[in-house]
Write a protein that binds this ligand. Structure first.
Ligand SMILES: [Zn+2]
Length: 51
């Protein structure tokens, strides 16, 4: 769940999610989630570290 940066609507599900592998072997993986606000159609991303 993420909040729209424009209007504050909470968006439950990302329309797309993917993981980025760091170039260095021991760096943390990062999951990128792409959300689209159903209210104002703003698209925004969040990045979460994956252990
Ligand atoms: Zn919005």
């Amino acid at each position: 769940m993420a909040k729209c940066p424009k209007c504050g609507t909470e968006v439950e599900k990302p329309i797309k999610e993917w993981e980025i592998q760091p170039k260095r072997k021991k760096g943390p993986r990062v999951r990128i989630s792409l959300f689209e606000c159903p209210n104002c159609k703003t698209r925004f991303r969040t990045a979460t570290r994956v252990a």
